[in-house]
Design a protein around this ligand. Structure first.
Ligand SMILES: [Zn+2]
Length: 405
């Protein structure tokens, strides 16, 4: 057998499933790739790869596109990409809006609807809005097989049953969100913490691709969430709460947090204060950032002082995080990415210091690359995880047509 993951006792079917999954995951994350590139990356032999690509294509999970560019050596080679004929619905409830999107297996957002909340929605209102939007979206599905609904939720989630333990900013507590959405839509539903969705999306398609320790912190309307990915695996912790960096202590005299502690990162580095500091309201974000950078350099006005204070508090949290995880990359999203854009990476490093000496192991600190589609792409990944782990859950069209399913 040519699979490095084959083990004693594994059946031919098991090995084929593992090989299909290996190729699909590779193409999903790194595609488009030629068959030769897949052969090199997997260590499988060429004819095996050919058979696996054909199988995945018959399941509607990959597409082979005719060569578009002539390579320097040899014939042009068709490229294999993850197919958007397999898609997921991604949902992200926030206090000010509910986003619903159709996301293809390639990671592209194919269609998106944003519903603005007049007030923070109850669980029941959320379920009604989501099922109505999905109903209205059905024409956009086209021929795509929709594998399920992924919900990126700003709160603590019980992974096993998709229920919410506590979403403090939405005011939801012990709510069977996954089950309710499933009943309303008739589709499979997977619920995950929003920041975990963010770090999965960034480590799959964005700034954190590749191995190593990736740390993600996101500043949103609901405070600061975080996530940890180590060598491609999400670290969720015993109860699913790992990476709650918003509750890192950054001040002994700060304000009281909803968690009961004092001086948490998310009570000290708040998006609303940052937006207020800009004093520019809802105008062009680039212009806002430029104006904030100028004011920060001056640092005599209220806005400049507030930015200065937030950067210092953020750096206190990052110092702990860097010393604990020794990460390769720290990704900042939401308003934390704006803070980074205003003051620059060097300034953040300067304020984090000193960390333990490690000779060249200083992490890169970067802004999230997937911007406002990040959580939706990550929510879709929750759904895709099943097919990425075992592509045979998708029926092969070559077989399915014979049974006229
Ligand atoms: Zn707290």
């Amino acid at each position: 057998m040519d699979s490095p993951s084959s083990t004693l006792g594994a059946t031919i079917d098991d090995i084929r499933r593992q090989n299909l999954a290996q190729v699909l995951r590779l193409v999903h994350r790194d595609g488009p790739l030629s068959r030769a590139e897949i052969t090199r990356a997997t260590g499988l032999n060429r004819s095996t790869v050919g058979g696996l690509v054909t199988d995945l294509s018959q399941r509607g999970l990959v597409e082979e596109n005719p060569a578009t560019a002539v390579r320097k050596v040899g014939r042009p080679s068709p490229s294999v990409t993850a197919s958007d004929q397999a898609a997921a619905i991604a949902v992200n409830p926030e206090i000010d809006a509910i986003d619903v999107a159709l996301v293809g297996l390639s990671g592209r957002v194919l269609h998106r609807v944003r519903y603005r909340n007049e007030r923070t929605p109850t669980v029941g209102e959320f379920v009604n809005v989501v099922s109505a939007i999905i109903e209205g979206m059905r024409p956009a599905f086209g021929d795509a097989a929709v594998l399920g609904i992924g919900v990126a939720l700003p709160g603590l989630v019980r992974e096993a049953d998709g229920s919410v333990i506590l979403a403090p900013h939405l005011g939801w507590r012990e709510a069977a969100v996954g089950q309710l959405v499933e009943e309303a839509t008739g589709m499979r539903v997977v619920v995950g913490n929003d920041a975990n969705c963010g770090v999965v999306a960034e480590s799959t398609f964005g700034a954190g691709r590749g191995d190593g320790v990736i740390i993600y912190l996101n500043g949103g309307a609901s405070g600061i969430g975080g996530g940890i990915v180590i060598n491609g695996r999400l670290v969720t912790g015993e109860g699913g709460n790992a990476g709650e960096f918003g509750h890192t202590a950054v001040s002994t005299r700060g304000s009281r947090c909803h968690c009961g502690a004092t001086g948490c990162l998310e009570t000290e580095v708040r998006r609303d204060r940052f937006v207020e500091a800009a004093g520019l309201g809802d105008v062009d974000p680039e212009a806002v950032l430029d104006a904030m950078a100028v004011e920060w350099l001056d640092r005599t006005g209220d806005g400049g002082l507030e930015i200065d204070r937030q950067v210092s508090r953020l750096a206190v949290a990052l110092r702990s995080i860097v010393n604990i995880f020794n990460p390769r990359t720290v990704i900042l999203g939401g308003h934390l990415a704006h803070l980074l854009a205003v003051v620059g990476e060097d300034e953040i490093h300067r304020r984090i210091a000193p960390t333990l000496p490690g000779g060249g192991s200083e992490p890169e600190i970067v802004g999230a690359r997937l911007d406002d589609e990040l959580l939706l792409i990550g929510a879709a990944e929750l759904v895709f995880a099943q097919a990425l782990g075992d592509p045979t859950v998708m029926p092969s069209r070559a077989v399915a047509s014979a049974f006229a399913r």
